[in-house]
Design a protein around this ligand. Structure first.
Ligand code: 8DG
Ligand code: MN
Ligand code: MN
Length: 347
């Protein structure tokens, strides 16, 4: 079935790609700490207008360790890096990458399948001892469509659909695009929306209502509704958590429109989050990403400002209080920072 191409890192491409391969491989090997270090280094390189050519040019750059710099130098000199080439050809890496490209398949499942000797989708799907969960079943069923990047035009078309559903239930509610598209990206792996509801409690009822509506419109292909587990008394959290506790859902929906496949629709991944109104600014900041930017901002808050920031709140350790915010601007002000525009958050 679908196999990975034997992709080579092109010399002209930013060295960041090479570092990302290393990061990904470390993630697959269960070393998230070191993986993060390479992701940071890759992100720094990608933010430069030109790829550095000599080692001296990387000296003043932040987040680049010995290891990253050695790889940059090797690529500059030989056009490729032997370690990266090795990983790209490594059967385990290639299989893990293939399997974890399926919606609902994380590194643990991918590894489990690899260790059973499975190498292709066909083998996984024909193995009687493997029971796919609902999410993975949808992941395989719509694999081709949801692996295809979503364009900004498609994101805007979806916004109209989501808005129509939301306001038909709560006319005064509003919907905003968040995630990568809010940061100005032209393509995404999904479309993320945040819903603002004016009255307390509405944030819990809106998502089930939207899902119901999509079902009736026959555009719902998959849904995973996660009810709110948000509780201010459980905060502040000290560890970094990528997931938040607000009411949210992960969907696959049908988007109408002529496709290359000849069909008149495609499947698209859509995420919706509905935070309580007084948490909206924090949720918006959290869902806008990027993940690396969020990490760095939280780290800054903790180390430079003695404050704990997460998806839900900002906690001031000096006064033992939660700081309220109506807008993202309020949060940056609390942190003593100038406002950082969403398109400047692409770390
Ligand atoms: P992409 O879709 O274009 O690939 O990039 P993205 O929009 O930046 O990534 P994303 O995976 O869609 O995540 C967008 C932001 O949402 C990211 O900063 C992390 C944040 N996020 C939460 N909670 C959750 C959650 O529960 N699941 C996921 N997948 N992301 C979440 O704040
Ligand atoms: Mn996204
Ligand atoms: Mn998402």
């Amino acid at each position: 079935m679908m196999e990975l191409k034997n992709s080579r890192i092109d010399k002209k491409e930013l060295r960041g790609d090479a570092l990302e391969v290393l990061a990904e491989n470390l993630e697959f090997c269960g070393n998230p700490g070191l993986s993060l270090a390479f992701r940071r280094a890759a992100s720094v390189l990608k933010s430069l207008p030109d790829a550095p050519r000599r080692l001296e040019e990387t000296q003043h750059l932040p987040c680049l360790g010995e290891h990253s710099r050695a790889i940059i130098e090797e690529i500059s000199e030989y056009g490729s890096c032997s370690r990266v080439e090795e990983i790209l050809n490594d059967e385990r890496y290639r299989t893990m990458k293939l399997f974890s490209s399926v919606f609902g398949v994380g590194p643990k499942t991918a590894e489990n399948w690899f260790c059973r000797g499975l190498r292709t989708f066909e083998q996984v799907l024909n193995d009687p001892s493997i029971r796919l969960n609902r999410m993975q079943t949808a992941g395989f069923l719509f694999y081709e469509d949801i692996s295809k990047p979503v364009s900004r035009t498609e994101a805007i078309a979806l916004k109209i659909i989501v808005e129509e559903a939301v306001t038909s239930v709560i006319p005064s509610a509003s919907v905003s695009i968040t995630g990568g598209f809010r940061r100005g990206k032209e393509f995404g792996h999904d479309v993320d929306f945040i819903i603002k509801t004016p009255e307390a409690g509405q944030e819990d009822s809106i998502l089930p209502a939207v899902i119901e509506r999509f079902k009736r419109q026959s555009i719902l292909l998959y849904s995973d509704l996660q009810e709110s587990t948000f509780d201010l008394r459980q905060l502040p959290t000290h560890r970094f958590e990528a997931m938040d506790h607000f009411s949210k859902c992960f969907l696959i929906v049908k988007l109408k429109g002529e496709q290359e496949t000849g069909r008149d629709w495609r499947a698209v991944r859509v995420d919706l989050v509905a935070p309580p109104l007084e948490r909206y600014a924090y949720a918006l900041l959290g869902w806008t990403g990027s993940m690396l930017f969020e990490r760095d901002l939280r780290r800054f808050a903790r180390l430079e400002r003695g404050k704990l920031l997460d998806h839900h709140a900002l906690y001031d350790k000096a006064t033992n209080t939660f700081l309220s915010a109506n807008t993202e601007e309020d949060i940056f002000t609390h942190l003593g920072l100038e406002y950082i525009e969403p398109w400047q958050r692409n770390a």
